[in-house]
Design a protein around this ligand. Structure first.
Ligand SMILES: Cc1cc2nc3c(=O)[nH]c(=O)nc-3n(C[C@H](O)[C@H](O)[C@H](O)COP(=O)(O)OP(=O)(O)OC[C@H]3O[C@@H](n4cnc5c(N)ncnc54)[C@H](O)[C@@H]3O)c2cc1C
Length: 485
């Protein structure tokens, strides 16, 4: 790829003239908070933060950047966990914030579809869908900040993948500015469209490396009629998977969330967030948070869920359980699950691994590999929690309590991560289940990915972005000949 340039004064002046003071931001107080990733491990610099108001301004920015060979780093809510939206530290790239583009262009209960601009915040989309008697069935703990552009670009997962799939399954259409500044208008909400390569799917999960998403058409589903939320204690992850399958048999498609929470994750949450309450009278080694949902007119899922949990307590699969009796109690149970990342952050630096393995492998993987990793790195603790039904667990390693955590990670972090990823690959899994590659996983992706996958990814990148201006240094590992340049 041709070499990139630093932005010069002539380019900056043109951009300032197009975007005006609201869209061309250089005040360090306004820019600096967006130059560090959510986990505060990567710090970037930029000559300016560009905040376009509409897609025409995005197209003008990208055309000028392509002509000047200057890199752009798209950014939404900056909640990504692999530092995909953090510009490089040398100041060579311009930060392109989509947050001002936050309009819902249209929403239709009849079409079961919404067209939302890239900067729409997920919880605002939830509210807009609720206002027309529908819902957008993807949620995650960062919903108050994560944007549609970021969610599409990372192919985000979250807590309802079990029933509705990840973002990829919910994107009906995409509007994006491609790396040469041209506008791809693919927003038509067609259920069937067989015109060859699917650019919508190519841009979904591309982490800003193939273009800038300016809007997306998204699928809606009927609003929730009734929901039932329960917390159950179990002896093992194996029991948890058995419980999930029994629940599915008993309730059909009603199970939307089935989140595994080990005792150590729950204890950390209760320690770091003392306003939260323990859900069960007696602590269990493993827990699951279950949500079953029925649409209006369907039988109340709480009846089946209570019945099944009672049966499974009698059968010894479940040790104890509680069913939320009100919305407030349901939210309190969810708060326990959604606070795990925050509790880990409050506890200090740790090593995160967002892994997937085939669902049937997950129970034994969690127990066997947890023991193996803890034995290999004495004093370390694994907190393995998350989306059991999707075969996706956050397999996070906390350094020993008596260690200086940053120093420990500096010394052992790369080795520990490599051990964990090797175990994942040996189980036929992926080192990135839902968070993407960004810059945090790039070296491990390059080390472990199948060469055929890597060369296809590089070929797609080179075809659509030959100058390489879109989010360089993220997702696409350099080929060895480029590294030497
Ligand atoms: C507490 C917490 C919980 C989380 N839970 C989950 C979870 O359960 N499941 C999950 O999948 N993720 C989860 N995440 C990760 C994160 O919320 C998602 O990755 C989300 O999709 C990022 O959205 P964002 O708007 O913040 O994007 P950013 O972080 O700003 O960007 C993410 C990536 O997308 C690119 N990008 C952003 N906008 C655009 C655009 N308009 N066009 C092109 N590229 C763009 C960026 O360059 C970057 O590569 C969690 C994060 C936090 C902090």
């Amino acid at each position: 790829m041709a070499s990139l340039q630093f932005p010069d004064n002539s380019l900056l002046a043109k951009l300032a003239a197009i975007l005006g003071p609201q869209g061309f931001i250089t005040d360090p107080d306004l820019v600096t908070p967006w130059l560090t990733d959510w986990r505060r491990r990567y710090h970037g610099r930029t000559a300016a933060m560009l905040a376009p108001a509409d897609r025409d301004q995005v197209a003008q920015i990208v055309s000028l950047a392509a002509e000047a060979r200057v890199a752009l780093v798209p950014q939404g809510g900056n909640t990504g966990t692999v530092a995909g939206a953090t510009p490089p530290p040398d100041g060579s790239a311009l930060l392109l914030s989509l947050r001002r583009m936050n309009r819902i262009r249209s929403i239709s209960a009849e079409d079961n579809a919404v067209i939302a601009e890239a900067g729409v915040i997920l919880s605002n989309l939830h509210d807009a869908a609720a206002a027309v008697g529908r819902r957008f069935p993807l949620s995650l703990a960062a919903k108050g900040s994560a944007t549609i552009g970021g969610l599409v670009s990372t192919n985000a997962g979250g807590t309802q993948v079990l029933r509705f799939g990840p973002m990829r399954a919910l994107v009906l259409g995409i509007e994006a500015v491609l790396p040469d500044g041209s506008l791809f208008e693919g927003l038509a909400t067609l259920r069937k469209d067989n015109r060859g390569y699917d650019l919508r799917q190519l841009l979904t999960g591309a982490e800003g490396t193939l273009g800038v998403i300016t809007a997306a058409a998204l699928r809606l589903v009927p609003a929730v009629g009734a929901r039932a939320v329960a917390w159950a204690g179990l002896p093992s992850p194996e029991a948890a998977l058995k419980l999930l399958r029994r629940l599915e048999e008993a309730t059909g498609e009603a199970v939307e969330s089935f989140e595994l929470v080990p005792a150590n994750a729950l204890a950390l949450v209760l320690e770091k967030l003392p306003m939260l309450r323990s859900p069960l009278a007696a602590a269990a080694p493993w827990n699951v948070l279950i949500e079953c949902v029925g649409s209006a007119g369907a039988p109340d899922p709480a009846i089946k869920l209570a019945e099944l949990l009672g049966e499974q307590i009698d059968a010894g699969l479940v040790t104890n359980a509680t069913l939320a009796a009100s919305e407030a109690q349901a939210e309190a149970l969810w708060a326990l699950r959604e606070s795990i990342s925050e509790a880990e952050k409050a506890d200090g630096p740790s090593l995160k691994h967002d892994i997937s393995v085939p669902v049937s492998e997950m129970p034994s993987f969690v127990e066997r590999e947890r023991e193996r990793v803890e034995a290999r790195f004495p004093g370390s603790r694994i907190i393995a929690f998350g989306h059991l039904g999707d075969g996706n667990i956050h397999f996070n390693l906390l350094p020993p309590d008596d260690a200086d955590r940053l120093a420990w990670i500096e010394q052992h972090g790369a080795a520990a991560t490599a051990v964990i990823h090797d175990l994942v690959v040996a189980s036929g899994g992926s080192l990135s289940a839902e968070h993407g590659i960004g810059q945090a996983k790039l070296a491990e992706f390059a080390r472990l990915a199948d060469p055929v996958r890597l060369s296809a990814i590089r070929a797609i990148k080179a075809a659509l972005d030959p100058v390489g201006i879109m989010n360089p240094g993220k997702l696409v590992p350099l080929a060895s000949k480029e590294k030497g340049q």
